[in-house]
Design a protein around this ligand. Structure first.
Ligand code: NAD
Ligand code: USQ
Length: 404
């Protein structure tokens, strides 16, 4: 299949492009490299040394004989996107190309505006261009578990749609509606808006769309990124882009106290990177038909409480756990049960937290420890101005600075 991987230079996009290329698909990576510019803005770098995207593609070809084509394109530029689609006419499009960090989206008004404008325009431009060019590709979008919110409901979260009964004059009527969204950050809010865009274009134009509500991705290597040092994946450890479990593993590797926010009672959904790329492959094989509603999968394999993860990493490595004022506005404690039957029925065999895989990340972090700037580890992005006043020092007593 001819597949466009939008955002294919990123943490999940790159290994997905490699995975699908290894399966024999023709892969076109589309990216505006904005994530690399954001590293520059923040003064951070990936833990792992990443080559340019062109060099990565060259090494992949040398290593496997498969070609990856890179296209430097910003999805916000509608006309260029439309022309590109009309010319390349992909049969499937995987859409990773959004600003994906909740803390970055909450840093300042400028970061809020950028995140909404980038993400909503990228998604809407793509949908409008697909209709205009008549490209009948299966669109697979990477969404987030965070659209559901993290209040305790006491029942498993279904895959996208909620069964409701409405009282009508002729008696009760059963319906399925999009699960009500309750985003906890501007970033998560953009993914909620994406859902409405997808619902409209599936219904109005018969676009075939799958939305993957993904949990927090952890790990760093996949079978393909292990093949050559220059195929190494991006790995974010900083306070904006680093995600919780990967951060704890890096912190343990460099002797930095594990940064638990609040009580650490937040329960979240997780998935290993290797399973994430496999899920995209499975979703591609199960496209909805034109006229069908958007297919929604919960792309996660397990749930964990943040403090349990910290205690587990501490036990494994001897690290100290620091309970810090929470820079976010979120429930201190929540329960979370999630249905993921669809991927299991398509053949996913979940990789769950295993010491070997956790230790692998610690080893990678130790290998590249010299690239880590400890002052970029704390999360300095506060959800409100009041919260910002409470979160002033890092676990090592240094005054925090933020970028605006
Ligand atoms: P990432 O930031 O590493 O990669 C995103 C890529 O998209 C970057 O290479 C960036 O340059 C590109 N991009 C952004 N805006 C663009 C635009 N306007 N035009 C062209 N390219 C653009 O993020 P990731 O961790 O790989 O996440 C990929 C997707 O998966 C995101 O949409 C994210 O919301 C979703 N997701 C990620 C996680 C996670 O834990 N990393 C979890 C759930 C969902
Ligand atoms: N947390 C800590 N300590 C840290 C970092 C985070 O306690 O050092 C806590 C946060 O307060 C939060 C939880 O861990 O309660 C998760 O934070 P995170 O940064 O790992 O994840 P999140 O902000 O939700 O975002 C990440 C990805 C995003 C994706 C989302 C999936 O960056 O792209 O959509 O995970 S989900 O969480 O399921 O919505």
């Amino acid at each position: 299949m001819r597949i466009a991987v939008l955002g294919g230079d990123g943490f999940v996009g790159w290994p997905t492009a490699l995975h699908l290329s290894a399966l024999g698909h023709e892969i076109h990576i589309v990216d505006n490299l904005s994530r690399r510019w954001i590293d520059t803005e923040l003064g951070v770098q990936s833990l792992t040394p990443m080559d340019s995207i062109q060099e990565r593609c060259r090494i992949w070809h040398l290593e496997t004989g498969h070609r990856l084509q890179f296209h430097f394109l910003d999805l916000r530029e509608y006309d260029r996107l439309r022309v590109w689609l009309a010319e390349h006419r992909p049969e499937a499009i995987i859409h990773f190309a959004e600003q994906r960090a909740a803390p970055y989206s909450m840093k300042s008004d400028r970061h809020k505006v950028y995140t909404v404008s980038n993400n909503v325009n990228a998604t809407h431009n793509l949908l409008a261009a697909m209709v205009e060019t008549g490209v009948d590709a299966h669109l697979v979008h990477l969404g987030t578990m965070g659209v559901y919110g993290y209040s305790t409901v006491g029942a498993p979260i279904p895959e996208g749609y909620l069964d409701v009964t409405v009282d009508t004059p002729t008696g009760p009527r059963d319906l399925q509606i999009l699960y009500p969204t309750r985003p906890g950050s501007i970033y998560h809010m953009t993914k909620s808006l994406d859902q409405i865009l997808f619902q409209f274009y599936a219904q109005n134009d018969g676009l075939r769309i799958t939305d993957l509500h993904q949990g927090i991705v952890w790990g760093t290597h996949t079978d393909q990124t292990r093949r050559h040092p220059q195929l190494v994946n991006r790995f974010d450890y900083d306070g904006d882009y680093g995600t919780v479990l990967n951060r704890f593993l890096v912190q343990a590797a460099i002797g930095y106290p594990l940064t638990v926010h609040g009580t650490g009672g937040q329960t979240r959904a997780f998935i290993h990177l290797q399973d994430s790329v496999r899920c995209v492959e499975l979703a591609l094989s199960d496209a909805p038909r034109a006229g069908e509603r958007v297919k929604i999968f919960n792309q996660m394999t397990e749930t964990h409480r943040v403090r349990d993860l910290a205690e587990m990493v501490a036990k494994m490595t001897g690290a100290r756990v620091a309970y810090l004022p929470n820079p976010r506005k979120e429930a201190d404690e929540n329960e979370l049960m999630v249905r993921n039957d669809q991927f299991l029925s398509l053949g996913l065999k979940p990789i769950t937290l295993a010491e070997g895989l956790l230790a692998e990340v610690v080893d990678v972090a130790k290998k590249f420890a010299h690239r880590i700037d400890r002052s970029r580890v704390p999360c300095v992005s506060a959800w409100t101005k009041d919260i910002a006043q409470r979160v002033e020092h890092d676990p090592e007593g240094r005054r925090l600075r933020s970028v605006s």
